[in-house]
Design a protein around this ligand. Structure first.
Ligand SMILES: *[C@@H]1O[C@H](CO)[C@@H](O)[C@H](O)[C@H]1NC(C)=O
Ligand SMILES: *[C@@H]1O[C@H](CO)[C@@H](O)[C@H](O)[C@H]1NC(C)=O
Length: 351
């Protein structure tokens, strides 16, 4: 045996060993080999537009007849505790996934969707609190940027804006974005042991960057082409629901509005002072619990992203009696879907 034949022989033995090992172990992986085969079949029919939605009550209006049509061969795939719904919205092939509440769920579901499926872009939609006094409940906001407003460095009592934060000097934390001073909200005292929380950018590891070398981002932009399409939807208008019940109608017809900012965090905001702070500090319109997580995953995977959030309440700024979402969440969820369907059609005809 000369050396090349010996090497080739060794190579094929190695390949066989690796192949057996992979086949043998695939049954043990989080996604079974049977599911991987089904995913492969679904992907052959792609690419798809990914639709990511937080909760069932926001997804249901989309599943109604005439809006979403399930794929006749593979209507759903259940993988790792998530259901992926395959089908069409209008002529656009889509895969819908429900995330569940808040940032971790939203990030995990989005990453799974992008990792497993042939997805060329993501549209996220749902309801949100409103911090923008120029908009009303029922309006549908499409922000240009999303920021995670729940990543904080909580400063020790006695320290202030001129004191470095813990671990600031090695670049872990920053004072560049801004902070919330709890004592500004004291009634009547003017100081507070909770001191300051400083808003922090997320550490990100984008595709094409150096693995393990962090970058930072706070305001994550949506895709510029998707935003242009959203502006045409805003300009053309969408007929939206105005009345939660025959006797409970909004002051004017709801509108679609592209706005500057949305913020998300793992906190349900039903607090007027904090809503006003988020609007004053970051120009936030929509306040929710998922969009920035979806944005951050798409940003790192370099996949186009936009979020459509219908305003269901005033984040604590309205009635003193209760959060308006109790009355207006179904109307807002319905309006979000009306705009989503319009957006998907406009996007499909724009390319
Ligand atoms: C706190 O209130 C003071 C006085 O109104 C204001 O100048 C300052 O900007 C506020 N700081 C923060 C972080 O909200
Ligand atoms: C704040 O956002 C609104 C739209 O949501 C925009 O019209 C306005 O220019 C923004 N203000 C600043 C200071 O960026």
């Amino acid at each position: 045996m000369d050396i090349t034949i010996a090497l080739r022989f060794l190579g094929s033995v190695l390949l066989a060993v690796l192949w057996c090992d992979a086949t043998f172990r695939s049954g043990d992986a989080a996604v079974s080999s049977g599911d991987l085969r089904k995913i492969h079949e679904v992907n052959k029919m792609g690419p798809y537009l990914g639709i990511v939605v937080p909760n069932m009550f926001e997804m249901n209006p989309l599943l109604q007849p005439g809006r979403f049509v399930s794929d006749p061969t593979t209507p759903t795939l259940d993988i790792m505790g998530r259901r992926f719904r395959i089908g069409k919205v209008g002529d656009q092939k889509v895969i819908i996934v429900m995330t569940g509440l808040s940032m971790l769920n939203a990030g995990v579901a989005t990453e799974l969707l992008l990792t497993l499926f042939n997805v060329e872009g993501i549209v996220h939609y749902g309801i949100a609190g409103n911090a923008n006094p120029e908009l009303q409940i029922g309006d549908v906001a499409i922000p240009e940027y999303w920021a995670h407003s729940g990543l904080w460095n909580w400063q020790r009592y006695g320290f202030g804006p001129n004191d470095p934060l813990a671990l600031e000097s090695n670049g872990d934390y920053t004072r560049e974005i801004g902070y919330l001073r709890f004592a500004n909200y004291s009634t009547p005292s003017s100081d507070n042991l909770l001191n300051n929380v400083w808003y922090q950018p997320e550490e990100v590891f984008p595709v094409g960057g150096s693995p393990e070398v962090r970058q930072h981002i706070f305001k994550v932009p949506v895709d510029s082409h998707y935003l242009d399409v959203a502006k045409t939807v805003e300009k053309d208008g969408v007929i939206l629901a105005r009345c939660a019940t025959p006797s409970n109608c909004l002051p004017r017809e709801p509108v679609v509005a592209t706005v500057e900012m949305g913020v998300s965090g793992s906190v349900f905001v039903d607090n007027k002072a904090y809503g006003e702070f988020l609007n004053g500090e970051f120009n936030a319109t929509a306040i929710d619990m998922e969009s920035a997580a979806v944005a951050l995953v798409c940003y790192q995977q370099k996949v186009p992203f936009i979020a459509i959030r219908a305003l269901s309440d005033l984040a604590g700024g309205g009635s003193a009696l209760s959060n308006e979402a109790e009355a207006f969440a179904p109307l807002a969820a319905a309006n979000a879907v009306l705009v989503l369907v319009q957006f998907v059609a406009a996007l499909a005809s724009s390319s």
